[in-house]
Design a protein around this ligand. Structure first.
Ligand code: ARG
Length: 459
């Protein structure tokens, strides 16, 4: 089969080389964007008087026909046409005849492929922002339901201070908000047009890049033609942001896995989001969060892969850069898969409030508050810390919790104790005592939920 670039060659391409260098197997995902870009390009060629209007109309009609055929699945992409760009051009020429060969006037595959990827990623970033919002909405829903649910808060995975379960969930809402903000910020670097850079130096034709940018909804054009065709920062940035999102999902996954264990028993994931064991009939496994945690690895890998591909690449385009696509597609699919499952999985999870309460009642996470109580009575904090340390040790040795101690027992450790200590030690008192902006007291968490809901409805 003849190549679009065959003129200079006297031999057929080795078939292994064809297979090795082809990208059609994966860049066919860019078909819609490729045709969108070509339609804008050819319209501009007509407007600038580079092609007669009649040819422009023929090419546009042909491109739309090819698009319809691709959509209905009746186009056979061929490895000998290497990539999506040349496959579409071949199909166009087959459709409209030699005039189709005029489409590539003033353009190179180098600025074409970059344009396709900017169009592709721009759409994905918008979609992903929406999916993150869905996860945030599910977390907010659970937070609202759990404004009176207290759990032990942990540091070092040791019980530290009691907190509202809603407050814990809202930490993730904040994390995902930063993710949304990062994606939105990256949009201004994604939404730039490389087309018109030609192979690397620009083009001899009197094209109008700004017109193409406007037609495609880009906010601007690349300043420098070499940069336009060599830049993959926008993909790296996306892969970095995706890695951070996966890291957040993976941390939440780890907590969901822990919380659904018999040892914690804080939550139960809905049956629809769990799987069973082929041998142990009693098992209900949290496969989804486990797999999200596991798939975080490939998303990090895709970032490291592209960073390494780009390292030391001389300007401008090099074939190495074709390696930018599979990792990007894989990251998009992995991220979308995770986010789409997370929203309903969070929304349907059952919170075991009774078990959480039991955990809070059987720990020492209110110890900081008795230390603070003694400080309130005038004792220096260091000394109070020591006194409560001894009180806790006494409790452990006598198989008691702080609330089990009689006032006489308390007074053995300090004369400053009085009956009000029993109120101070209640988990509700402990939680609501942290009434600072961003703290776990119920009014603060309520306000945080309100602010987050507002942000969510504003974007
Ligand atoms: N398939 C190629 C890629 O994805 C398109 C650009 C090819 N340009 C070239 N000069 N060979 O990078």
């Amino acid at each position: 089969m003849s190549k679009l670039w065959g003129g200079r060659f006297t031999k057929q391409t080795n078939t292994l080389v064809e297979e090795y260098t082809a990208s059609i197997g994966f860049d066919k995902q860019l078909a819609e964007e490729d045709i969108q870009g070509s339609l804008a390009h050819v319209t501009m060629l007509g407007k600038c008087g580079i092609l007669p209007q009649e040819d422009v109309e023929t090419i546009k009609a042909g491109l739309n026909k090819v698009l319809d055929r691709i959509r209905e699945g009746s186009v056979d992409f061929s490895v000998s046409d290497e990539d999506i760009h040349m496959n579409i051009e071949k199909n166009l020429i087959a459709e409209v005849g030699p005039v189709g060969g005029k489409l590539h006037t003033g353009r190179s595959r180098n600025d074409q492929v970059a344009t396709d990827m900017h169009l592709y990623l721009r759409n994905r970033v918008v979609a992903l922002t929406g999916m993150l919002h869905e996860v945030q909405a599910a977390l907010l829903g659970q937070a609202r339901e759990n404004l009176d649910t207290i759990i032990p808060g942990y540091t070092h995975l040791q019980r530290a201070q009691p907190i509202l379960f809603a407050h814990h969930l809202m930490a993730y809402v904040s994390m995902f908000q930063r993710d949304v903000d990062r994606l939105i910020d990256s949009y201004k670097r994604i939404n730039l047009l490389p087309l018109g850079a030609g192979a690397l130096a620009g083009t001899t034709f009197p094209i109008d890049r700004h017109f193409v940018a406007e037609q495609l909804g880009f906010d601007g054009v690349y300043e420098n033609s070499l940069d336009a065709v060599s830049d993959r920062d926008f993909i790296l940035e996306f892969l970095s942001h995706a890695s951070i999102i996966m890291m957040h999902l993976s941390r939440l996954s780890e907590e969901l896995v822990l919380w659904s264990s018999t040892e914690f028993n804080f939550i139960e994931l809905d049956d629809a989001f769990c799987t069973g064991s082929s041998i142990m009939p009693q098992k209900k496994n949290p496969d989804v969060p486990e797999l999200v945690r596991g798939k975080t690895g490939r998303v990090y890998g895709n970032l490291m892969g592209l960073l390494t591909v780009l390292k030391s690449l001389p300007l401008a385009y090099n074939k190495d850069m074709q390696e930018d696509k599979e990792g990007m597609f894989d990251t998009v699919a992995t991220l979308e898969g995770a986010l789409q499952l997370f929203a309903p999985m969070i929304a349907t999870m059952k919170v075991n409030k009774g078990r959480m309460r039991e955990a809070v009642n059987t720990d020492f996470s209110n110890a900081t508050d008795i230390a603070d109580f003694l400080v309130g009575k005038g004792m220096p904090f260091r000394q109070a810390h020591e006194v409560i340390g001894k009180t806790v040790l006494y409790c452990i040795q006598n198989n008691k919790y702080l609330l089990d101690l009689s006032i006489e027992e308390f007074k053995q450790f300090s004369e400053l104790f009085d009956d009000s200590i029993y109120h101070v030690l209640q988990p509700e008192t402990v939680v609501n005592a942290r009434n600072v902006y961003g703290g776990t007291a119920e009014p603060q968490v309520q306000a945080a939920i309100g602010r987050a809901e507002q942000t969510l409805s504003a974007t």
